[in-house]
Design a binder for this molecule. Structure first.
Ligand SMILES: Cc1cc2nc3c(=O)[nH]c(=O)nc-3n(C[C@H](O)[C@H](O)[C@H](O)COP(=O)(O)O)c2cc1C
Ligand code: SF4
Length: 387
């Protein structure tokens, strides 16, 4: 399979003062042409699920209805992810340009930034920039207004339909899908929900063109992305890297020389042990990540790591569906029982079965992904859970 060398890139944090020129040029283009360019670029959503962005915009564009909406998902609640905060702090105009472009393409007149409650400190600055850009849109003849809405600290509200429910003033709980937001989203109108970094990538593609963008990444994972690097590492922080690298190269660059595992994709992602570093590609053909890369060295107990993730999921489960509500509690109680020898080691096999059932039976991505960390940690570090 195609892999890429670890390569640092510098597109996302370039000064964003040329964004309005990019938007102006894009507004002279045909909407379908923009959609085709985005599809051609291969850009997949940077929020984790990896849906083709151009296709999402196409579906919303083609959905019947005069009123449509654009929402930027800045809920950023995945443990270990902190790149959207940095984008909003340093290059907000690039995000808002992407949203305006989306509004133009799908025919939406309003766009909302759904900002994580913990990031409210950014709001005064963001509101000022929004007001300036709203005026600039008018001058360009674009009927599009940016607004801001706030989350209240629930991880599940990062799930796009729970986010929409919370914006509508209800308790944020994931909806049944279909229908998807592209046809029935905010106020039941066609809505595009994209991650902060996805909108940034859209404005970059409009500026540099799909051909240039496609030079980066692999067939399945085009482009570059931001990685939030933390844990036992030599240089924690946010790095913009080409997609498609091997985890072994990543660890060589960022590990502390004693890395025993990397949790790729946060609590809802996968734990990769050292022996698999050189077989693991960071990208949609291997292990995708919304950006969280947490490095663990030999001083860490993987029992404590898993316990910590399960406590997080038990706390954040919205409780709407039984497999997730009860499953999270049982997985947590289960590993505690094995650790304290109230249950035999073989009980872990029953828990793995439960985690696999949750993958197919839970209603939303939260419950469906609990098994990722659970199974990968139990499979690779069983002795640390048992003893
Ligand atoms: C529990 C849960 C939390 C999520 N949190 C976020 C988040 O904080 N930010 C985000 O962009 N997507 C999050 N997502 C994914 C969104 O549902 C959605 O797929 C994403 O916003 C789509 O944007 P994209 O196509 O640009 O990635 C979450 C999903 C789940 C299941
Ligand atoms: S999987 Fe969990 S978070 Fe998702 S709807 Fe069910 S209970 Fe709520």
């Amino acid at each position: 399979m195609e892999t890429k060398k670890l390569t640092r890139v510098d597109y996302i944090f370039r000064p964003d003062n040329t964004c309005m020129d990019t938007l102006k040029k894009s507004l002279q283009r045909d909407r379908d042409e923009i959609v085709l360019e985005l599809i051609d670029s291969g850009l997949k959503g940077r929020g984790g699920a990896g849906f083709l962005t151009g296709l999402k915009w196409k579906l919303a564009k083609e959905a019947p209805g005069d009123i449509k909406y654009v929402i930027c998902n800045a809920d950023e609640g995945e443990p270990g992810t902190f790149k959207d905060r940095e984008i909003l702090d340093r290059v907000p105009r690039r995000v808002f340009t992407g949203m305006a472009l989306c509004g133009y393409v799908i025919g939406a007149k309003e766009g909302f930034l759904y900002l994580r409650a913990e990031y409210k400190f950014l709001a005064p600055k963001l509101k000022t920039i929004m007001a300036e850009m709203n005026e600039e849109f008018k001058k360009l003849g674009l009927d599009f207004t940016l607004n801001i809405r706030y989350g209240s600290g629930a991880y599940v509200c990062g799930e796009e339909t729970a986010l929409i429910d919370s914006m509508e003033g209800r308790r944020g709980e994931p909806r049944n899908k279909p229908p998807f937001p592209v046809t029935e989203g905010y106020l039941n109108k066609p809505t595009v929900v994209n991650n902060v970094e996805t909108f940034v990538n859209c404005s970059i593609i409009m500026a540099i063109g799909a051909e240039e963008y496609k030079r980066f990444g692999t067939d399945s994972s085009r482009g570059f992305k931001l990685f939030s690097v933390s844990g036992d590492c030599s240089k924690e922080g946010i790095y913009e890297l080409e997609l498609g690298m091997l985890l072994s190269d990543f660890v060589e660059e960022f590990g502390d020389g004693d890395t025993k595992a990397v949790q790729v994709g946060g609590a809802s992602g996968f734990c990769v042990p050292r022996k698999k570093f050189n077989q693991t590609i960071i990208g949609f053909e291997g292990i995708p990540t919304g950006g969280s890369m947490k490095i663990f060295n030999s001083s860490r107990s993987m029992y404590h790591v898993l316990h910590n993730y399960l406590e997080f999921f038990e706390e954040e489960s919205c409780g709407q569906c039984t497999p997730c509500r009860v499953g999270c509690q049982q997985l947590l109680k289960g590993i505690e029982a094995v650790k304290s020898k109230k249950r035999p080691p073989s009980y872990l096999d029953e828990l793995v079965k439960l985690a696999k059932v949750m993958k197919v039976a839970a209603k939303c991505g939260l419950g469906q992904s609990v098994g990722n960390a659970f199974v990968s940690i139990v499979d690779n570090f069983r002795e640390e859970i048992v003893y």
